[in-house]
Design a protein around this ligand. Structure first.
Ligand SMILES: Nc1ncnc2c1ncn2[C@@H]1O[C@H](COP(=O)(O)OP(=O)(O)OP(=O)(O)O)[C@@H](O)[C@H]1O
Ligand SMILES: Cc1cn([C@H]2C[C@H](O)[C@@H](COP(=O)(O)O)O2)c(=O)[nH]c1=O
Length: 217
């Protein structure tokens, strides 16, 4: 059994996270890790139902925030903590930094209240009862909002978040930058405005530098 690790993918909609998560999972498996690949909101039957509501039903910022944390607690309890306890690498497409960026910076929800809810939702679900679960590494896909919007417009019909104006994503992007500045050891910035192959190479280098993949010459 290898040591478990919790790695999250973050960035504004259209930054390119989902385009790389499967390939990283495959590379980690090839390196001998057991990988759990999951996402937020979602990852359990209950949280996937909440995801559908969050992405498509009209609601205010408080309801949105409560649903996001409800989904997260279920996901932590049923999927993330058990996988980490088994020594697996958990790759999660978004986690709590998204709540600070979208509900906090994007919607203007009080950051102190978010911190309180974070403690409440992320404590008491793992093997160590007092531990507040946080990622070991956060891969932050940073791209100008205009570039992300351009990519998304060519890709699919927008959901409730993706149909927000570019000003919303400018605030969300600033929210991510603030989170990264507050936790520089945990965050690794990936310049995702580059072509896919270069983004993949950056990603691999960061994960290798943390010891989860072999270094490439
Ligand atoms: N480096 C890149 N250069 C150009 N286009 C890209 C790049 N990376 C991803 N794309 C394209 O941009 C679109 C959005 O990518 P993707 O779905 O991976 O983003 P995402 O960050 O997961 O978005 P969301 O959070 O909204 O799901 C897709 O059509 C994808 O093919
Ligand atoms: C975890 C989380 C997510 N969101 C938003 C961000 C995205 O627009 C959607 C999820 O869609 P994706 O295609 O899977 O990226 O949900 C949020 O607002 N707050 C959160 O905590």
């Amino acid at each position: 059994m290898t040591n478990g690790a919790f790695i999250t993918f973050e960035g504004i909609d259209g930054a390119g996270k989902s385009s790389h998560i499967d390939a990283l999972a495959q590379a980690l498996r090839a390196a001998g890790h057991t990988v759990t690949l999951t996402r937020e909101p979602g990852g359990t039957p209950l949280a996937e139902k909440l995801r559908e509501m969050l992405l498509h039903d009209s609601m205010d910022a408080l309801t949105e925030t409560l649903l996001v944390f409800a989904a997260r607690r279920d996901h932590l309890r049923c999927v993330i903590e058990p996988a980490l306890a088994r020594g697996e690498v958990v790759l999660c497409d978004r986690f709590t930094d998204a709540t600070f960026a979208y509900q906090g910076a994007g919607r203007g929800f009080d950051l102190e209240v978010l911190s309180y809810m974070e403690r409440l939702a992320q404590t008491g679900v793992g093997l160590q009862p007092d531990l507040m679960r946080n990622p070991d590494l956060t891969l932050w896909f940073d791209v100008p909002p205009e570039v992300a919007a351009q990519r998304l417009s060519a890709a699919r019909a927008p959901d409730r978040f993706e149909s927000q104006p570019v000003e919303f994503f400018t605030r969300v992007a600033r929210g991510y930058a603030d989170r990264a500045a507050g936790a520089p050891q945990r965050f690794a910035r990936i310049d995702s405005s580059q072509p896919r192959e270069q983004v993949a190479a950056q990603l691999r280098a960061v994960v290798a530098a943390r010891g989860w993949l072999a270094q490439t010459p």
